[in-house]
Design a binder for this molecule. Sequence first.
Ligand SMILES: C[S@@+](CC[C@H](N)C(=O)[O-])C[C@H]1O[C@@H](n2cnc3c(N)ncnc32)[C@H](O)[C@@H]1O
Length: 241
Amino acid sequence: MPTLPAPRAARTLAPVVALLAALLATACSTPPSETSVRPGANERFLDPALDVDEFVQMFEGESREIAVHRAAILARLDLRSGMEIADVGAGTGLFMEPFARAVGPTGVVYAVDISPGFIEHLTDRARDEGLDQVRPVLCPEDSVGLPADSVDLVFVCDTYHHFEFPMTTLASIRSALRPGGRLVIVDFERIPGTSRDWVLGHVRIGKAETVAEVTAAGFEYTGELPVDGLAENYMIAFRAP
Ligand SMILES: C[S@@+](CC[C@H](N)C(=O)[O-])C[C@H]1O[C@@H](n2cnc3c(N)ncnc32)[C@H](O)[C@@H]1O
């Protein structure tokens, strides 16, 4: 039987219908992107005029509890030669050199940050200090930008409360971690009535809420890692499925 030509209107509309169907399919398969929980939280780190030296003084000075007790924090991480680890929110690189020494020349340290200014600084610092195992990674604000199953440990220090998109960022951390890999978070205790006003204003949530968010993202909470000398900060650990 000869094929009849499609009516003109149907032929004209066919590509439009196909396009609409494709758009609908995409809309249904892409999860809605997360709304920022803290708009503008990282403005100063993203400023093209970022003064890195100012932040080196601030993050690595003796007045910062985390800097003073860096060795004790490091000791609790149980790092081994050959490990592949990520410092998410690496900042000025407070942990970069000790991490690189701990994993040795066969390991890898991904120094991940959203700030182009810090990434440039970390790249120069790693080169100047001969840390060939360090790989600086400039990531978007909703993903750590690491390949799937690429790391044994993700370290997030004084950065979780800066995540504007915690759930999508946590999903990317979960994907980057190898099965059974660890996520360790160091952040401020936030206790109304006890914590400093600056902490209460600056830090979005306290330890219990952080544990709840991270476990909701599919991680198993393995407990607190007490660090001698830390009074204003806590360190907690999770395991990826
Ligand atoms: C307060 S600084 C802490 C830096 C470093 N971890 C330390 O303790 O010295 C927070 C850092 O997190 C980075 N940051 C904020 N949101 C981020 C995200 N979603 N992914 C990766 N880095 C992020 C900022 O650019 C900044 O370098």
